[in-house]
Design a protein around this ligand. Structure first.
Ligand SMILES: [Zn+2]
Length: 102
């Protein structure tokens, strides 16, 4: 029997973070927070997570900066709230109320 093993990343976009200027393209935009997990896969099915990377990227040029896990954890709640606000029609009142709870 032949097993086909692989090793590949799956990147999850958490959401937009605070606005900042990009050192590469100099646009001021809301950078995007990401979590990338590397998996060992068998028959192209990701089975075993091995390591994780965290980073923010410029939405204009994709320039990115690596983050340590603690910084990622600090930024994730705001990024998730921002993603929800963008994806569905969240009222400003609800957004502000949830922002205060972070
Ligand atoms: Zn940029």
């Amino acid at each position: 029997m032949i097993f086909i093993f692989g090793y590949h990343p799956i990147t999850k976009r958490i959401g937009p973070t605070e606005e900042r200027e990009c050192a590469n393209c100099h646009n001021s935009k809301h950078w995007l927070l990401h979590k990338r997990t590397y998996f060992i896969s068998v028959f192209f099915i990701p089975l075993i997570p091995t390591r994780q990377e965290y980073f923010v990227s410029c939405p204009v040029c994709n320039f990115r900066e690596e983050l340590i896990r603690e910084d990622f954890k600090d930024m994730a709640p705001l990024a998730q709230l921002n993603r929800e606000a963008v994806e569905r029609d969240m009222s400003e009142e609800e957004y502000n109320r949830r922002l205060e709870q972070l």
